[in-house]
Design a protein around this ligand. Structure first.
Ligand code: TEU
Length: 589
């Protein structure tokens, strides 16, 4: 008890970092807004919308990769870290965007993809050119498995499967060896064991900070250390049947033995002395709460916060990502509650429902039909009232829905297309089953163009969009929502303003209530003598919950998504379909 009080006291004394009061907005430029009519969003399109972002009230923008890239994985395959792809614009255009955002008090975070490069990066071109090239060791080159004929099935150096289907090793005839690619064959993994590689990456990062960017979102940053043995070999992974004949690369590649050492070195080399105003957020699939704490404890000098994947994996069946199964709300509460508790005294949570890899939350955990507005705003309330920094993915603030594509030719995403090819090859699923899996989980659900207005192509482009616009744009679009005070957009504005203003939202302790209730998400946040009670109904019917002791009379409404909020009565409250409610109770504890 004593040590707990001391921790709280310390937290009060030290000024909390700016990002405890902040909300970050993710821009996936390709789908944001197109200004040159080629059907692909661009930097001028982002520049055109800076006042929209200021109106929403966000504090920082995370820009998905706009670097030079062959676009095999929509820019997560970078061939030049220090230039902009002509698809999106120019370096000068990025400078203009940074200046326009800064004028409005909005920071810009670049996406940092340094687990791998494109195979068209000059580093890789050199590396693959000969076995004795000085850059050979910049990537993971390995000979065929002992006793096997190079290039034949099963001869790969380890049994690892790629996250995008098929083997994680590509045979290269030029030198008769294989290179490692945890993602596509056009995304070779960099060898972080080599200090020259690390120095080159740190120099590139300093160059961006000198240019005026305010931090980085670090792509799969916990994949950078591989579990390499002294003799240079890498371990096979367990075969589960999920990935066909391939083994799970996780144990040998995720949260590897040197990951914390590398991040601490990066901090010293890149951020030391200028870190306070920056934001460093790591994407860490497969990280546990314990890992999350190590990455984000400020005393360790690594990252400010990490994106966990546990809560976005709860609706996956035994068949993996495309084997969709309905969410059990109790699992979501247990998972998010565990992260809140684990990072209570040190570390910090990055809070998100949506990003460019995830299906849209209103279609996933809400009801994108009759209760779209209510469920989108309820989900937003629950997320934004947790302790951590909320991230809003473009279109989430409009309550944009999944794509609801019904044919294979609508899909563009490499992960989805590879999954289709692999499933058909194995013949284990019918086309209808494959389509159902994609409809629920494909990354393309998040990648349909942002719906700006009711004009053709939702005002996204005057050309032909690279991926179909969701036909519901005539009803769901920014222009209509900005004009409607009861819209999802205006509700997000209120939630963002609330985080800016309310110290309890920023720093209050988190306590989960009703962990076993199957439909109601309930928790409190508490700071000094003030407590917030947060309730969300994850169902389309009324739910009555008893909360004696938490529903003192005199509770004041902070925010709610029904015009007339539910009224507590005798220690209980009935919340209506998808209703969200935040009450403030001030008490002299
Ligand atoms: O994603 C990493 C990742 O592991 C997954 O979220 C991935 O998107 C996939 O859905 C796994 O099933 C990051 C980026 O966010 C993603 O867009 C890139 O494709 C990937 O890394 C490679 O850079």
């Amino acid at each position: 008890m004593t040590s707990r009080l001391l921790t709280i006291d310390k937290r009060k004394r030290a000024p909390a970092p700016w990002w405890t009061r902040a909300v970050v907005y993710q821009v996936y430029a390709r789908s944001f807004r197109d200004c040159d009519g080629d059907g692909i969003g661009d930097l001028r399109g982002v520049l055109r919308q800076v006042d929209y972002l200021a109106e929403l009230g966000v504090d920082a923008v995370w820009l998905s990769p706009v670097y030079r890239s062959p676009q095999d994985d929509n820019g997560y395959d970078i061939s030049d870290y220090q230039d902009i792809d002509p698809l999106f614009g120019t370096l000068g255009g990025l400078d203009q965007l940074i200046a326009a955002l800064h004028e409005r008090g909005i920071k810009l975070l670049m996406d940092l993809v340094v687990n791998h490069t494109s195979d068209e990066h000059p580093w890789f071109a050199e590396s693959r050119s000969s076995a004795d090239n000085p850059r050979r060791d910049w990537y993971w080159w390995r000979p065929a498995r002992a006793g096997m004929e190079p290039g034949t099935p099963g001869a790969e150096p380890t049994n690892w499967g790629s996250l995008f289907s098929g083997p994680a090793w590509q045979y290269d005839t030029a030198t008769g060896e294989y290179y490692l690619h945890l993602f596509s064959g056009k995304q070779p993994d960099l060898n972080w064991e080599n200090p020259t590689v690390r120095r080159a990456i740190y120099a590139m990062m300093r160059w961006w900070l000198d240019r005026g960017v305010d931090g980085f979102r670090m792509d799969v940053i916990n994949f950078i250390s591989k579990d390499v043995r002294a003799d240079g070999s890498l371990p096979d992974g367990p075969v589960s049947g999920l990935s066909g004949p391939y083994g799970d690369p996780g144990k040998g590649t995720i949260n590897g033995p040197r990951v914390h050492e590398f991040l601490q070195e990066m901090h010293r080399e890149v951020f030391a002395g200028r870190r306070d105003a920056l934001l460093l957020v790591g994407e860490t699939p497969g990280a546990t709460v314990e890992d999350g704490l190590l990455f984000s404890d400020p005393r360790r000098g690594e990252l400010d916060m990490v994106f966990t994947f546990e809560h976005v994996s709860l609706d996956q069946g035994p068949g993996g990502k495309f084997d969709h199964t309905p969410l059990d709300l109790r699992d979501l509460k247990a998972t998010l509650g565990r992260w809140q508790a684990g990072l209570r005294d040190a570390g910090w949570n990055a809070l998100y429902w949506d990003n460019h890899d995830q299906p849209r939350i209103v279609s996933r955990f809400g009801d994108d039909g009759a209760w779209r507005r209510e469920s989108a705003t309820m989900l937003a309330t629950i997320l934004h009232l947790h302790r951590g920094t909320p991230y809003v993915y473009q279109g989430e603030e409009l309550g944009m829905t999944n794509a609801h594509f019904t044919s294979f030719d609508c899909y563009r995403d490499i992960e989805s297309l590879r999954h289709v090819a692999q499933s058909r090859e194995r013949g284990s699923l019918s086309d209808d089953q494959i389509l159902a899996g994609l409809a629920a989980a494909s990354r393309d659900n998040a990648r349909t163009p942002v719906q700006w207005d009711a004009s053709p192509n939702a005002g996204f482009t005057t050309g032909t969009p690279w991926i179909a616009v969701n036909p519901n744009y005539r009803l769901i679009n920014a222009e209509a929502e900005r004009a409607d005070p009861a819209s999802v957009f205006h509700y997000y504005r209120r939630l963002i303003a609330l985080r800016h203003q309310d110290p309890v939202v920023q720093l209050g302790d988190f306590t989960m209530l009703l962990p076993e209730h199957p439909y109601v998400y309930a928790f409190t946040r508490r700071l000094d003598g003030t407590r917030l009670l947060v309730l969300g109904n994850f169902s389309g019917s009324d739910q009555t919950v008893g909360l004696a002791g938490h529903l003192d009379s005199g509770a004041e409404l902070v925010i709610g998504n029904y015009p007339e909020p539910a009224q507590p009565l005798d220690g209980s409250v009935t919340v209506r379909p998808w209703e969200a409610l935040v009450l403030r109770v001030t008490h002299p504890w």
